[in-house]
Design a protein around this ligand. Structure first.
Ligand code: DGY
Length: 315
């Protein structure tokens, strides 16, 4: 232990674990309902030994270069595309994330979106609530079968595998692929009734689901994205929904977030959007706080982080 450090936490977090930081270090928690601006984040980082950031905080090379005291960055997410990990590594700063804690919660949400879109649940619920429900109707709200359908899982990491386990319980045929295998990806897109994305956002996955990819999908297929918005080309998706190229899309993530009120994607039919709630269960979010806190403490104490992002190499 090197004495009291200054830690900047960019939002109050669920669960009791932040207390552990507050008791031992000068812990400044951003009080706003919205994230600190980039300028505010830079100003805070410049005086801090540790940052506990959210996926909405951009931690780039410029910020890192202007933060000479910084010894650890703990991201409150499994994804870390908001952080320039190469710049942090070059500066000798370990970056932590929160894997495992949210795997099952995100896989559950993936299935919730899949089923909601397949069975038109949001639409049917509004219909019932709005007093339009007059009788049992043989042809109302007909949707797609889930049981026995084919699901294509793009990205077979922790969350992709957890989705595959759920799909097995629904008697689904499961097709999987990693992005690099173009032939396999095309086969998956052509064959699947549901296509679900479980990739990190990288230069290689940005825009992966573009007009060409959507054109390969069945007109009855539904796209589910609980990974990162920019993996899907949103203009191409809007077009594919308008023209009936695909039957629907259910998105937990968009590009940008939030999707602005006037964005053309909002006009697309058969679109379900929820506000990035994949990991939003009490236990997942509390566990994420615990892991992020442990990452901060380990970084401050010069220990290796319990959950350090994979591609960081130090001499
Ligand atoms: C993550 O962890 O990357 C999710 O997007 C938010 O929990």
């Amino acid at each position: 232990m090197r004495g009291m450090a200054r830690i900047f936490v960019t939002r109050e977090l669920p669960g009791p674990a932040l207390t552990k930081l507050k008791e031992t270090h000068e812990t400044v928690v951003w009080p706003g309902e919205l994230p600190p601006s980039y300028a505010e984040l830079c100003a805070q980082a410049a005086q801090s030994d540790a940052l506990l950031t959210l996926l909405t905080d951009r931690v780039d090379a410029e910020l890192i270069a202007a933060s000479p005291k910084l010894r650890v960055i703990a991201n409150y997410a499994v994804g870390y595309d908001n952080i320039d990990v190469d710049a942090a590594s070059a500066a000798g700063i370990p970056v932590g994330n929160t894997p495992d804690a949210l795997t099952e919660a995100t896989a559950d949400l993936t299935f919730a979106l899949l089923m909601a879109a397949a069975r038109r649940i949001p639409e049917a619920a509004s219909f019932a609530r709005n007093g339009q429900w007059q009788t049992w109707e043989p042809a109302a709200f007909l949707g797609a079968d889930v049981y026995g359908a084919t699901i294509g899982i793009i990205g077979l990491g922790r969350i992709g595998q957890a989705v595959a386990r759920r799909a097995a319980g629904f008697g689904m045929e499961v097709l999987t692929t990693e992005t690099r295998d173009q032939h396999n990806l095309e086969h998956l897109l052509r064959r699947s009734d549901f296509v679900s994305i479980h990739l990190p956002l990288t230069d290689g996955t940005r825009g992966l689901i573009d007009a060409d990819a959507l054109a390969l999908m069945k007109p009855t297929a539904i796209l589910i994205n609980t990974a990162r918005g920019p993996i899907v080309d949103r203009e191409a998706l809007a077009q594919a929904l308008h023209t009936g190229q695909i039957a629907g899309a259910a998105l937990d993530v968009t590009s940008p977030e939030p999707l602005p009120p006037g964005d053309p994607l909002w006009q697309a039919p058969n679109l379900l959007v929820v506000p990035h709630i994949g990991s939003a269960t009490w236990s997942a979010r509390e566990r994420m706080t615990e892991i992020a806190v442990e990452n901060v403490l380990a970084g401050l104490e010069g220990r290796s982080l319990p959950c350090q992002v994979p591609q960081q190499l130090f001499d």
